[in-house]
Ligand binder design. Structure first.
Ligand code: MEV
Length: 312
């Protein structure tokens, strides 16, 4: 085999961000915006048809290092903005890990890919949960830290003294509009902000517990394809996250503008910028109002496959 094309989906967090840091449940959904990676053996490292040392990308350097690989030529095509919180680096890591395995003639084992891609993310960022890499590998939806989910158990991922229990959720086709504020807001300081608030204040700790409770309710709504119920929980979650101090004017503006045409809307990911998401059956209108308030809209669908070989 001398030419392999693999794609992996990006994602958004529908419920549970920030609370997941304290062991509460969180749910991420894969979306139909994919990262595509084409690899072939070469006599030098190349990216997008130009000689380049792909080991300058920490994600690819880590993964190459796991595969005792001769030089490869890599073509990358991403349908999501980098640094927006939609998991583009996780999708790259997942697709690249799968592509190298296929190039070496191995069958794709999702658990091994999810674990290797998570290690690559950790190597590149020094932190983070395995939520993005697991959902990009499995597709559809995944939940972390859900109690009693034996029949839906996918895999455990451990790092240092922490173990995450990852379970799968079948996700119906739903339409969402993601609104990117264009603001890159690093996750670390926002997680720290919530940690300090929570440590000082019982009220903040109750909010984190409440996010955990509504995330479990939301999982039930997803399974039942109850878009109205799910939308209400999303909007409530946005209020709780705002009280924790992780929203911002730009996110609130896009959420408020979307709500009259949506079942619900909220920030997604760490907040402070990045993206919001609205669940709607009027995607064109929501997309227009997001654009008119200065956001960059993406109409996306859920219920999509995880990592897969496109051509070989
Ligand atoms: C960021 O996408 C989600 C957070 O909960 C951080 C994390 O889980 O690592 C804010």
């Amino acid at each position: 085999m001398n030419d392999i094309t693999v794609s992996a989906p990006s994602k958004f967090v529908i419920l549970g961000e920030h609370a997941v840091v304290y062991g509460k449940p969180a749910i991420a959904l894969a979306i139909d915006r994919r990262f595509t990676v084409r690899v072939r053996r070469s006599n030098e490292f190349r990216i997008n048809n130009e000689a380049s040392d792909i080991r300058t990308s920490p994600h690819m350097r880590y993964i190459i290092g796991q595969h005792n690989m001769i030089p490869v030529s890599v073509n990358l095509d991403s349908k999501v903005p980098a640094g927006s919180g939609l998991g583009s680096s996780a999708a790259l890591s997942v697709a690249f890990s799968a592509a190298l395995r296929a190039l070496n003639g191995f069958r794709l084992n999702p658990e091994s890919i999810a674990k290797e891609a998570y290690e690559a993310e950790y190597y590149a960022q020094g932190r983070g949960s395995p939520m993005d890499t697991s959902v990009s590998t499995h597709g559809h939806g995944i939940a972390l830290n859900v109690p009693n989910s034996k029949e839906n158990h996918l895999w455990n991922i451990s790092k240092n003294d922490k173990t995450w229990d990852i379970s799968k959720i079948e996700v119906p086709k739903m339409t969402f509009v993601i609104g990117y504020t264009g603001i890159r807001a690093p996750t670390g300081p926002l997680v720290e902000k919530v940690r300090k608030y929570k440590d000082r204040n019982k009220f903040a700790s109750d909010i984190v517990d409440e996010i955990g409770n509504i995330t479990l309710e939301g999982m039930d709504k997803i399974r039942k394809n109850d878009v109205e119920g799910l939308g209400k929980i999303m909007t409530y979650d946005h209020k709780l996250l705002s009280i924790l101090g992780v929203s911002c004017n730009e996110l609130n503006k896009l959420v408020d503008a979307s709500l009259p045409y949506s079942y619900g809307a909220k920030l997604t990911g760490s907040g402070g910028g990045g993206c919001m998401v609205a669940l709607t059956d009027k995607p064109k209108i929501v997309s227009d109002v997001i654009a008119s308030r200065g956001g960059i809209p993406y109409i996306v669908s859920t219920g999509v496959d995880g990592v897969k070989i496109e051509y070989n």
